[in-house]
Design a protein around this ligand. Structure first.
Ligand SMILES: *Cc1c(COP(=O)(O)O)cnc(C)c1O
Length: 476
């Protein structure tokens, strides 16, 4: 492609970007132009041919955007990522432009220093006196690496000898912990049956007495306890396990304490919410996932570990001297301590965003979201058509449309949610709680206002009534 032509395309793309951001703020715009896969395949020219077609890129990008989900839209309340974070977006663009790998200081000098700075900054919130960490490819992977480091710290022989050096290991998590804990257990040789799920209290938090019982049970079955994992913000209900209580148990039995803050971890940025993390200073590791609550474009996830040197000790191979040369900057190289070889630069976008908003800016973004969650909860409580399905502790609001006698509430709410998706008016997800199917509203886009939330509920109720009417005419 000629440079002039590229320049023209870049200008046009710039306009598409502006339109995209603007449309996200237009409540009349659809959050998604939804089609089933077969239909969508018909609409798109997906085939990859033998001849190039470089003149059509703009058309192709337009088409992509037409059917993409507007995760920055005021009616996108669906999952644990989204929002448009301007400085982070710029960071993402520059990251691609300067395409490099984050394994040595030599090929990524500024990005490496930024990552170090970010990790130190994050550690400053934990209450630890020492610490290390790195950015990884998602919260699931930070949980996995935490398990691996816990395993190899307790059983250093495992690094060379593998599973044969290990007893039967057990990991303790709450019943509503994230499924990545099971995946991690599978990967590091604990196995999914080595994951003990601990009962919850009425607020969705892991019960301390039940944790102690689970450990006793595991011991009596011949397991060696490896890790206790507290969840700071459960995926479904946004509940925060009592870390202090788990730390007492961990200390008593000398077990690694991990805190999975993949969803709620960023709430620590607000002084007002730091009580949710009481006891984190006693934990051994912490997953903090900026691509969720800090609105950094996917992926951007940090694993922090209290004991310095353990990550390298657990992972380093002393091979690949074609990449890693002993020199005066090798202590800055992230690669050797990572499960990856090539590492994407995830530091620039987070660093730019943090610099742009500052600690205080981020704190008030988080506080604003907590306010929105209170507002949403209040609307549910005041609406005769709706009921709250779980006490709101943080940024997950669980509710549903109340159905009259004779209508299956779970199926009705599932259809209502699908109806909103199909007509593109709103995206919101659901989960299953003890009390039944629950619509799970997630507050994570700080550009939203109280009026946006009110508008969503008006729409939800309106569509719910319409669905009820259709239902009645069908069954009449
Ligand atoms: C989202 C989530 C994860 C996984 O994070 P990814 O970045 O999606 O891999 C882990 N734990 C909890 C509690 C989560 O909500």
């Amino acid at each position: 492609m000629e440079l002039n032509q590229e320049g023209k395309v870049l200008q046009d793309i710039f306009e598409l970007i502006q339109d995209w951001v603007k449309e996200g703020r237009n409540p009349e715009a659809k959050v998604i132009d939804y089609h089933k896969p077969e239909e969508l395949r018909e609409k798109l020219n997906l085939g990859l041919g033998s001849e190039g077609s470089d003149g059509e890129m703009l058309v192709q990008v337009r088409e992509y955007l037409k059917y993409a989900v507007r995760t920055n839209h005021s009616s996108y309340l669906n999952q644990l990522f989204g929002g448009f974070n301007f400085p982070a977006f710029i960071g993402e663009v520059i990251t691609s432009l300067t395409n490099t790998s984050m394994y040595t200081y030599e090929v990524a000098p500024v990005a490496t220093l930024m990552e170090k700075e970010i990790i130190q900054k994050m550690i400053s919130y934990t209450g630890w006196k020492t610490g290390e960490g790195a950015l990884m490819t998602g919260g699931s992977n930070t949980n996995l690496v935490a398990m691996l480091v816990a395993r190899n710290t307790k059983f250093p022989e495992a690094k060379l000898e593998g599973l044969s050096a290990l007893p039967k290991l057990a990991i303790f998590v709450s019943e509503r912990s994230h499924f990545s804990m099971l995946k991690g257990a599978n990967t590091i040789g604990v196995g999914q049956n080595g994951v003990f799920k601990v009962a919850l209290d009425a607020n969705g938090r892991m019960r301390g007495d039940a944790l102690e019982n689970a450990i006793q049970k595991a011991l009596s079955e011949g397991f060696t306890p490896l890790m206790i994992c507290c969840t700071s913000g459960t995926t479904e209900t946004g509940s925060f396990d009592a870390i202090d209580e788990a730390a007492d148990v961990a200390q008593r039995h000398n077990i690694w304490l991990h805190v999975d803050g993949s969803w709620g971890g960023s709430a620590i940025l607000s002084a007002k919410r730091q009580y949710l993390f009481d006891g984190l200073d006693r934990a051994d590791s912490f997953s903090w996932n900026p691509h969720k609550l800090m609105n950094i474009p996917l992926v951007c996830s940090a694993l922090l570990i209290k004991s310095e040197g353990t990550m390298g000790e657990s992972i380093r191979t002393h091979a690949a001297d074609y990449i890693y040369h002993e020199n005066d900057t090798s202590e800055y190289d992230f690669g050797p301590n990572s499960l990856q070889c090539g590492r994407r630069v995830d530091s620039l976008k987070l660093w730019l965003a943090w610099k742009y908003f500052g600690d205080n800016g981020y704190a008030s973004r988080i506080e604003h979201l907590f306010d929105l969650a209170s507002r949403a909860t209040q609307i549910v409580e005041e609406s005769p058509e709706l009921e709250l399905m779980f006490t709101t502790e943080s940024l997950n609001v669980n509710f549903r449309f109340i159905t009259p006698e004779g209508i299956d509430s779970d199926r009705f709410n599932e259809s209502l949610r699908y109806r909103l998706l199909k007509n593109g008016k709103a995206m919101v997800n659901y989960c299953r709680l003890d009390s039944g199917l629950s619509i799970r509203l997630i507050l994570l886009n700080p550009d939203l206002t109280s009026a946006d939330i009110k508008q969503f509920f008006n729409l939800f109720i309106e569509e719910g009534k319409a669905l009820l009417k259709e239902h009645r005419s069908l069954t009449a």
